[in-house]
Design a protein around this ligand. Structure first.
Ligand SMILES: NC(=O)c1ccc[n+]([C@@H]2O[C@H](COP(=O)([O-])OP(=O)(O)OC[C@H]3O[C@@H](n4cnc5c(N)ncnc54)[C@H](OP(=O)(O)O)[C@@H]3O)[C@@H](O)[C@H]2O)c1
Length: 238
C-alpha cells in the first residue's frame, strides 16, 4: 500500500472538517500536503499536526473565489511541492434559506465559492497534470447536488454545478491518465453540518470526517487502470 508515498497533494479547505481529515489521512500515508483556506491561524495549527507525520506540509492563504489570489497561491504551492499528483477540491460553504428569503449576496457567495472556486483552482492545477500525463482530481459535491430541497436552492445549485463540471472534466482528461472523481457524500459530522443543525454528530450513527478521508484514499489506491468516477458515502443507519 506504498503506492501513494511521496505523492504531492493540494487540498483546498484543508484546515478543518473533511479537508483536514483527508490531509491527515494523506500525511499518514507519506503524501506531502499543501492545504489552503482563508483563516491563517487554523491553517497553521493543522500544518503543525501534519508535520508530526514526517511529511512536507505547508499552507497557502487564499479565497478560492478570487481568481488572482488562486493563481498566485497555486503557483507558490507548485514551486514548493515541485509537482502535483492529487488535487482535492473540497473548500465550500453552505447556508440554507428559501430563495425568497436568502440575501442575494449570500446566494452569490455560495456559487462563487463552491463552483467558481473549484473551476479557478482546477484551471491552475490541470496543466501540470496534463504535462506529466498523470493525476487525480477529487471534486466534492454532495447529496444536495443530486436532489433539490426546500431552503437549499443556493447550495443545491452549486453542488449540481459541481457534478456537471466534474463529469465533463472527467471525460476531457481520462485520455491524459487523469482520474476525476466526483463525490456526493451525505451528512458528515463537521462544523458545517453541526452549525446547520442537520446532525448531532453522534459517533455511533453519523459519518465522521475520517470515514470520508478513508473513502478518498480507497479510490486513490485503485490500480491506475481503474477510476472511481463517482462516489457516494452514506451513514449505515441514520
Ligand atoms: N459536512 C457535510 O455534511 C458535507 C456533506 C456533503 C458535502 N460537503 C462538502 O464538503 C466540503 C467540506 O465541508 P466541511 O463539512 O468540511 O466544512 P467546514 O468544516 O466548514 O470546512 C470548510 C473548509 O473550506 C474552507 N473554505 C470555505 N470557504 C472558503 C473560501 N472562500 N476560500 C478558501 N477556503 C474556503 C474553510 O477554511 P476557511 O474558513 O479558513 O476559509 C474550511 O477549511 C464542502 O465543499 C461541503 O460542501 C460536506
Amino acid at each position: 500500500m506504498d503506492q501513494l508515498k511521496h505523492k504531492k497533494a493540494i487540498i483546498t479547505g484543508g484546515s478543518k472538517g473533511l479537508g483536514k481529515a483527508t490531509a491527515i489521512a494523506f500525511a499518514k500515508l507519506g503524501i506531502d500536503v499543501a492545504i489552503t483556506g482563508r483563516n491563517e491561524a487554523r491553517l497553521n495549527e493543522t500544518v503543525l499536526e501534519l508535520k508530526t507525520f514526517g511529511v512536507n506540509a505547508f499552507y497557502e492563504v487564499f479565497d478560492v473565489g478570487n481568481y488572482d489570489a488562486v493563481k498566485k497561491g497555486i503557483k507558490n504551492i507548485i514551486s514548493n511541492l515541485g509537482t502535483v499528483d492529487i488535487l482535492v477540491n473540497n473548500a465550500g460553504i453552505a447556508a440554507f434559506g428559501t430563495l425568497n428569503d436568502m440575501d442575494a449576496t449570500l446566494w452569490e457567495d455560495i456559487i462563487k465559492t463552491n463552483v467558481l472556486g473549484m473551476y479557478y483552482v482546477t484551471k491552475e492545477v490541470l496543466p501540470y497534470m496534463i504535462d506529466k500525463n498523470e493525476g487525480d482530481i477529487i471534486n466534492v459535491s454532495s447529496t444536495a447536488g443530486l436532489t433539490g430541497n426546500a431552503s437549499t436552492s443556493a447550495y443545491s445549485a452549486s453542488k449540481f454545478a459541481v457534478i456537471g463540471l466534474s463529469q465533463s472534466l472527467m471525460k476531457e482528461v481520462r485520455k491524459n491518465n487523469i482520474r476525476v472523481n466526483t463525490l456526493t457524500p451525505s451528512t458528515i459530522a463537521t462544523d458545517m453540518a453541526l452549525n446547520l443543525g442537520i446532525t448531532d454528530g453522534n459517533t455511533d450513527t453519523v459519518l465522521q470526517p475520517e470515514d470520508f478521508a478513508q473513502f478518498i484514499v480507497s479510490g486513490l489506491q485503485l490500480p491506475r487502470r481503474a477510476m472511481m468516477a463517482n462516489g457516494s458515502i452514506w451513514s449505515t443507519n441514520p
